[in-house]
Design a protein around this ligand. Structure first.
Ligand SMILES: [Zn+2]
Ligand SMILES: [Zn+2]
Length: 158
């Protein structure tokens, strides 16, 4: 059912808009923050800060990379966007707030969201040797994405 309050389709865990979340922190949704947020929401391909900068500049030509970093800090601080770390690569940004894992393609570098099939406690999936208390967990996979797998299969046939 569409959410009448916000006039948009409601994700399962939707409680407040991005504006309300930012206001809740005593901050304003400035035009620059909105532009950065819109870019991350637009193409959900986990861009790096520099990629976000390149895309935002198309709409806000005067914005600087430092401002983009500041906006990203605010958005992640408010919990609207999550950072994704992979090995020594620069951080990427993900607006998907549902619990999910990431798949890193070793061939083209694409980062894909993997939704959960069923919700399980980490200790039901992983073995913790002792009294560990989990405050945060992040699961990632590496390998070949469907596009690259298809390409490899094609070239193998030749
Ligand atoms: Zn993600
Ligand atoms: Zn790939």
């Amino acid at each position: 059912m569409p959410c009448l309050l916000h006039g948009m389709a409601t994700p399962s865990n939707h409680t407040q808009t991005a504006d309300e979340t930012i206001h809740g922190r005593g901050l304003r949704m400035t035009d620059q923050r909105r532009a950065v947020y819109d870019v991350i929401m637009g193409e959900r391909d986990h861009p790096t800060a520099v990629e976000v900068f390149t895309r935002v500049r198309g709409k806000v030509p005067t914005i600087s990379l430092a401002t983009v970093y500041n906006c990203l800090d605010t958005l992640t601080g408010c919990g609207l966007v999550k950072t994704v770390a992979h090995e020594r690569e620069p951080a990427r940004y993900c607006p998907n707030l549902e619990e999910h894992a990431h798949f890193f393609c070793e061939s083209c570098g694409a980062v894909t969201d993997l939704p959960l099939r069923s919700r399980k406690k980490p200790e039901d999936v992983w073995y913790f040797p002792g009294e560990f208390s989990v405050s945060h967990h992040e699961v990632s996979f590496s390998g070949t994405c469907p596009k690259c797998s298809a390409k490899a299969a094609k070239s193998n046939k030749r």
